[in-house]
Structures are given as structure tokens and as C-alpha cells.
Design a protein around this ligand. Structure first.
Ligand SMILES: [Zn+2]
Length: 338
């Protein structure tokens, strides 16, 4: 099979690899589509710990072509999406139901070969069969959508919540749809890129701001009078993380969803957190939200097809990675078998 291999930071190639043999409890997928995530770019630049060489790709869908002994939840021919995050099920956190915080968390496409290949072997229990109404293209976005669902749970978005989203990339645009369907109002989006602002307006954002032109803090106060109930940092930048703290109302919640570089810091006034009774929270991966993501895609409560701006065959993976680092793309899919 053909596969995209990361050998070490910034050294990649397309290679012929043997199709993986399935063992007990495993399933082999013929990969349909695999999304490029910001994490893949961090791995490419050596900013995320992985076991090189690795075939990256953790947002993918495909068809089961082979199963190992003892597999009962999927069978050859099933269309599936994969939850890439694998827990040990026995550590302190797993034993208390916080499995996404597992001390030994590993992931397909990070610690094991992933979806940027014609075939991928996964633990069968990580595969979720799809209803007919979910396309394999859409299913490739089930994993990031599942992460967004967890973020909405963490932030406590509910009917009538005022929500500010700082950043409207593919993640911000999914968070926007989830906030709208939860009944949040107003939902205010701030995004410097025009194409993404247009998408945000199309997905029903009540107010769309351009932070290069608009005074975001002033506009949020104008719309909410007191600041927002919930502010979500979905740009992955220290500047927006600092701004998020200013935009929350007294008693409000700030959700750090974007992945800011591990060495970045911002200044926080502890007095401000105390006096304004702020809640600061993070959101990490997708605990028990992958099935909910599939349900939302099946019922068209969240639309992801419009987020896909580029598709590349595997042989053009280098160009795809380049495009992912530019400003043009919202979501890029690599389709290894096209
Ligand atoms: Zn664990």
C-alpha cells in the first residue's frame, strides 16, 4: 500500500508499505478520507511527541475489509469512522471514568500508524459503524466534531447563553453550529479571514466581526451589555486567549479550546479571576462524544461538507500539508484510495 510517512520533524515521503496484518481484536480499514488537523502540523514540525517514523492521520473514515479473532462490533463491508484515542482502562483516571485524561493515552496516527495510507489497522473497538445517512467524507470529521461536543459540555452552553467564538476555522464553525442548536443567543464570531466569516454568517452566527477592523471588546459589550456568558478561544493563539478573559461577563466562563503552542504564556490577574468570579476551563479530546457526533451528522444538525475546501490524493500529500499551513484552507481531506 501507499502511505505518507513522517520520518522525523520536517522529513516526509510517500512510501510503499506492506498492508498491516490484523491480530486479535483488530480491524483493517480501507481508508476513504483522512482530514489534516493542526496536530498533524505540530507533529510535522516536531512540536508533539510521537514515535517516528509514523504514518500520521487521526481523523478518518473507511470501509472494514478484514477483522481479527474475537471482533464482534464490526464486520467486513461496514462503513466506519474511527475514534483514534486509546486508553489503558486501568489507570487512576480511567478507573474514575475520566478516560480521556488517561495517564497512558495513545492515539492512532500519533503512537500508531494512522489514516494517511491506503489501509489502516485499528483496535476494532475504536471503530464506529455509520448509518447510511452519513457519508464517508462527513464521517472523516466525526472526530473533531466529537471534540467540539465535549467543549460545549465543558463550557455549559445552554438555551439563551451568550457565546463569543474567537476563531472560525473548521473547529470554530462546528462549535458555532453546536452553540446555535443548543439555543445560544447571541452567538458572536470574530475571525480575520473573509471566507471563514462568510461561512460563519451562513451557519447562523448572529454577529460576525473582523478583528482587524472591529473593536471586538466594544462590540461584545454593545451586544451583551455585560460581557458574554461563555467565551471560547478557538484560534489557538495567545493573543486571543488573553482577549477571551476580557470578553467574559462577571461570573462568566472562558473555554480554552484552541491548541496554543506549549511554550506560550499569557498574563492573568488572579484578582480579576476572583473579583469577576471567572471560570476558566480547558477541553481535551472526545470522551464518549464520538457516537453523539455521528448522531448529529446523521440528523444533519451539524453540517460539515461546506468546511471541506480542499481534497488531495495521497500522492499530493506534500502539497496538502503545505496548503494546510496557509490561510486558504478551512478543512483539507486526503483521499488515499482515489
Ligand atoms: Zn488510563
Amino acid at each position: 500500500m501507499k502511505a505518507l510517512v513522517f520520518h522525523k520533524p520536517n522529513v516526509v515521503s510517500i512510501e510503499e508499505r506492506p498492508i498491516p496484518a490484523v491480530g486479535q481484536g483488530e480491524a483493517l480499514l480501507k481508508v476513504h478520507a483522512c482530514g489534516i488537523c493542526g496536530t498533524d502540523i505540530h507533529i510535522l514540525h516536531g512540536e508533539h511527541i510521537v514515535k517516528f517514523p509514523v504514518i500520521p492521520g487521526h481523523e478518518f473514515s473507511g470501509e472494514i475489509v478484514e477483522i481479527g479473532q474475537g471482533v464482534t462490533n464490526v464486520k467486513p463491508g461496514d462503513r466506519v469512522t474511527v475514534d483514534p484515542n486509546i486508553t489503558d482502562k486501568t489507570c487512576w483516571f480511567c478507573r474514575r471514568g475520566e478516560m480521556h485524561l488517561c495517564e497512558n493515552l495513545t492515539a492512532v496516527g500519533v503512537n500508531y500508524d494512522g489514516g494517511f495510507a491506503e489501509y489502516c489497522r485499528v483496535p476494532a473497538e475504536q471503530a464506529y459503524p455509520l448509518p447510511d445517512s452519513v457519508s464517508l467524507d462527513d464521517a472523516a470529521l466525526a472526530e473533531p466534531l466529537a471534540c467540539c461536543i465535549h467543549g460545549m459540555d465543558r463550557a455549559g452552553v445552554t438555551s439563551g447563553s451568550s457565546v463569543v467564538l474567537l476563531g472560525a476555522g473548521s473547529i470554530g464553525l462546528m462549535l458555532l453550529q453546536l452553540a446555535k442548536s443548543a439555543g445560544a443567543a447571541p452567538v458572536i464570531v470574530s475571525e480575520p479571514d473573509e471566507r471563514k466569516r462568510t461561512l460563519a454568517a451562513g451557519f447562523g452566527a448572529d454577529i460576525v466581526l473582523d478583528p482587524t477592523m472591529d473593536d471586538v471588546a466594544e462590540r461584545v459589550i454593545a451586544e451583551t451589555h455585560v460581557g458574554a456568558d461563555i467565551v471560547v478561544e478557538s484560534a489557538g493563539r495567545p493573543e486571543t486567549a488573553a482577549l477571551a478573559l476580557k470578553l467574559a461577563r462577571r461570573g462568566g466562563t472562558v473555554l480554552q479550546f484552541g491548541v496554543v503552542g506549549p511554550d506560550s504564556t499569557i498574563a492573568i490577574s488572579p484578582y480579576d479571576v476572583f473579583y469577576r468570579e471567572l471560570t476558566l476551563c480547558g477541553s481535551f479530546v472526545n470522551p464518549f462524544s464520538h457516537a453523539r457526533a455521528i448522531d448529529l451528522l446523521a440528523r444533519e444538525k451539524v453540517k460539515v461538507a461546506q468546511l471541506v475546501t480542499h481534497r488531495f490524493p495521497l500522492v499530493s500529500a506534500a502539497e496538502a500539508l503545505q496548503t494546510a499551513q496557509g490561510r486558504d484552507a478551512v478543512k483539507i481531506l486526503i483521499t488515499p484510495n482515489e
